[in-house]
Design a binder for this molecule. Structure first.
Ligand SMILES: Nc1c(NC[C@H](O)[C@H](O)[C@H](O)CO)[nH]c(=O)[nH]c1=O
Ligand SMILES: CC(=O)[C@@H](O)COP(=O)(O)O
Length: 160
């Protein structure tokens, strides 16, 4: 369902479990930091609102979205990490570079989750322009950082 039909910050309460002892890694891309900073604020707030302890949230930064996959692997390979949340924002420029980054990071993040059997969440905006990104990082369509955090929580509820 397109974001303009479903607010990114709305979610059902199903599979929302006690996360007071769960440890989260949040990996944030520095590119478009006006947007990724807002995504991070949303994700952090959502984790804390649902009972995560601040001392159980490890935050690291990578240069760009392309580096999120390796940044996520460095976190997921640590036994004590229960879930990884990846936050980035790729905005279409004049060339096809956008396509290569988006494809690489979607596949890379997927492979990390499968390799370590842990939720590794794709909290990446892939937009045509800055306005679309701002609308989805705390604007009229909600915050994909919220969505990424609640997705991590719900996946932990599903994983036995
Ligand atoms: N154009 C955007 C980038 N480009 C940088 C890449 O992510 C990567 O860091 C570089 O290709 C070196 O490997 N990154 C974003 O996160 N967002 C963009 O819009
Ligand atoms: C997604 C990008 O890497 C892009 O913003 C770079 O811009 P351009 O395609 O004009 O080089």
């Amino acid at each position: 369902m397109a974001s303009n039909l479903k607010n990114l910050s709305d979610y059902s309460g199903k599979n929302v479990v006690d996360i007071s002892n769960k440890r989260f890694a949040v990996v944030v891309a520095e590119w478009n930091d006006q947007v990724t900073g807002a995504l991070y604020a949303g994700a952090l707030d959502t984790l804390l609102q649902h009972g995560a302890k601040k001392e159980h949230i490890v935050t690291t930064y990578v240069p760009g979205t392309f580096e999120l996959s390796l940044g996520a692997q460095w976190q997921a390979e640590q036994h004590e990490i229960d879930a990884v949340i990846c936050l980035g924002c790729v905005i279409q420029g004049e060339t096809r570079h956008f396509d290569f980054i988006c494809d690489a990071v979607a596949n890379g993040i997927t492979q990390v989750g499968l390799k370590y059997g842990k939720p590794v969440i794709f909290g990446v905006l892939t937009t045509d322009n800055l306005k679309q990104a701002l609308d989805r990082s705390g604007g009229k369509h909600g915050n994909k950082g919220d969505e990424a955090a609640i997705t991590a929580i719900k996946m932990l509820g599903i994983k036995k």
